[in-house]
Write a protein that binds this ligand. Sequence first.
Ligand code: ADP
Ligand code: MG
Length: 346
Amino acid sequence: MDQTLMTRVLVPTLLDDSTRPLLGAQVRSLDGQTMGTTWQVRWTVQASVASVERVHAAVQAELDLVVDQMSTWLPGSDLDRFNHAPADTDHTVPPAMGEVLQAACWLSHESGGAFNPAAGALVNLWGFGPGPRYTDPGFTAPSDDAVQRALARNDWRALRWDGANRRLHQPGGLLLDLSAIAKGYAVDRVSRRLSAMGLVHTLVEVGGELRGQGLRPDGQPWWIELESPPVAHGQRPLPTTRVALHGLSVATSGDYRRAFTHGGVRWPHTIDPRQGRPLANGLASVSVLHAECLWADAWSTALTVLGREEGMALAEAHGIAALFVQREPDGQLSETLTPAMQALDA
Ligand code: ADP
Ligand code: MG
């Protein structure tokens, strides 16, 4: 890209020419709250298909299904019941949770445990789960002992995930946390459900993770701008990146969104499960583009934990389109794009 250009434009290499825009049609939109965040759906109205009420009910049903199975916050969710199950017990999980676990365990393996669905004890300890929150008055960083105890409970291999039978093992005190992947999965479910209803031109968002398909009524794809860290005084701004979400999803993990400051140190809400501590690798954000939002979401968390060097290498090995924003020692922000991301640069 021309460094003097302040806008980068990314478009998918595969254009779906089976979908024709509904030129001049109206765009409808619905929004609400779920998973401790907000959701929004936009779609191009087709006279023949689906009233607003039917769309709303369908979206709500998909979001509720994900929450009912995978919420760490909802007492009685399948995940919550697993987390409270007695030691040395085996459990069958419902199909949707199984899909997410399959992906989560695969990525844990590939990332050497940087992504870890069994990091719930650590997440809670650092105040990012249910229980004492980092925002509570008087909350302080946990002791080394407490970190060691939580580390002893976060081995995802102890889950003995059996994908064929959707069986999961509770070794005792292991706390599942699927929050780094469930929002993306929910986006995919909503997107697929709307397609099945005949709505092919849609933009779906849950908590900043997005999936777009088809085209807007003006013939344009659904354009979005990548989230980027706020630019501090004296920092040179980075280019704006615009993406055509045409059969494409995007997720961004960032250290600037939810974090607490302790002793002058900023602790982001993503944990390095190998160290038992919030990240401190200087990455400001990682954005990932992928056909499926589940993968965009999970990869953005995994690559954030791995950091720029290791993260770039793993993303490249898997052909993942990712953009890393690093806080350099001189205080400036710098960007690095994987080859798959560069290939989308129009
Ligand atoms: P971001 O929006 O920054 O990508 P996500 O919402 O995708 O973050 O995921 C962050 C959440 O995932 C945390 O609040 C925590 O519940 C969980 N989590 C934290 N660290 C990890 C990790 N290393 N692997 C998997 N899940 C994690
Ligand atoms: Mg994530």
